[in-house]
Ligand binder design. Structure first.
Ligand code: PDD
Length: 278
């Protein structure tokens, strides 16, 4: 398995990050993840645009141009022979003696790897998944894709221990988003409901693409907050993410959504998204 670290492609066993890297010590960095389908990056420009914004917001210099990032991603996908899966890349503020303020001459650390993963034939997409709700314990800048994922680690572990595959995080009674995905419900009237963008959620790239595709398909959309009770009562529910595309949700906190099977509008949206991505 070949990874990319600070300018070199090398076997993962040889890829070593210094002890005092601020990503390790502080979680001082940001990341991105892009889906790979048929060996090609899905919606890569939108992911790079979000990376640029994340870096700007935390004031880490962007080490590469968009063309350079794209080249590195494609090269890593090629070297690992990935046809379906995920490219992960992160940038930390670099290596320096532990001190909270920005170091003066630190060089950002760039790490990138790929994962082989079934997206089109994932069992979750066929059968749908169970979700449980948990309190949203994250910080107030969730629009930045930062490395600090402790709240999501705990949320998703709680989901697993409850027999579910994703956690929906809840704040003031309203669903924010999934531990690593955007959350949607579909009302009994067939309207797709999703939380509007703000500092409370990550601006999902799959979410954005899906909203545009839904509009084109004539599906009615409502960008507004929704409560957990409204989600329990929904006709359908689903999540989106770069590594899973569109995945039906068939239960929330043990309550069946709709008839407890993947819903027809969700299936249609997944098909539309896959058609766009291939
Ligand atoms: N997670 N919300 C959160 C909190 C996320 O971590 C993610 C992505 C999303 C979906 O965004 P996108 O459609 O751009 O992937 C929403 C990635 C896949 C991860 O951390 O593995």
């Amino acid at each position: 398995r070949i990874v990319f670290l600070n300018g070199s492609f090398l076997p993962i066993e040889e890829a070593k990050v210094p002890f005092m890297d601020r990503g390790f010590m502080f979680g001082d960095g940001v990341y991105e993840g892009v889906g790979v389908l048929e060996g090609r990056l899905v919606d890569n420009d939108a992911h790079l645009e979000r990376l640029e914004r994340s870096l700007r917001e935390v004031r880490i210099p962007n080490p590469y141009t968009r063309a350079e990032w794209t080249h590195l991603e494609e090269e890593l996908v090629r070297r690992n022979g990935v046809t379906e899966g995920f490219v992960y890349f992160q940038v930390t503020r670099g290596v320096a003696e532990r001190d909270f303020m920005f170091p003066e001459n630190a060089v950002p650390t760039v790490a990138m790897f790929t994962q082989v993963k079934a997206i089109l034939d994932a069992p979750a997409a066929r059968t749908g998944i169970a979700v449980v709700t948990v309190p949203d314990l994250r910080w107030k800048r969730r629009d930045i894709k930062s490395l600090n994922l402790l709240a999501q680690v705990l949320a998703k572990q709680a989901a697993r221990e409850a027999g579910a595959q994703e956690a929906w995080m809840v704040e003031d009674g309203f669903v924010t988003e999934g531990g690593s995905s955007s959350g949607f419900i579909i009302t009994r009237e067939g309207r797709v409901v999703v939380r509007p963008l703000s500092n409370a959620i990550l601006p999902g790239i799959t979410r954005k693409a899906l909203l545009a595709l839904s509009k084109d398909a004539g599906i009615e959309l409502e960008e507004r907050l929704f409560t957990v009770d409204e989600a329990y009562d929904a006709a359908e529910a689903f999540l989106t993410s770069a590594s899973m595309f569109v995945v039906p949700i068939v239960s929330i906190d043990g309550r069946a959504i709709g008839n407890g099977k993947p819903g027809p509008i969700t299936k249609k949206l997944r098909d539309i998204y896959i058609r766009m991505a291939t």
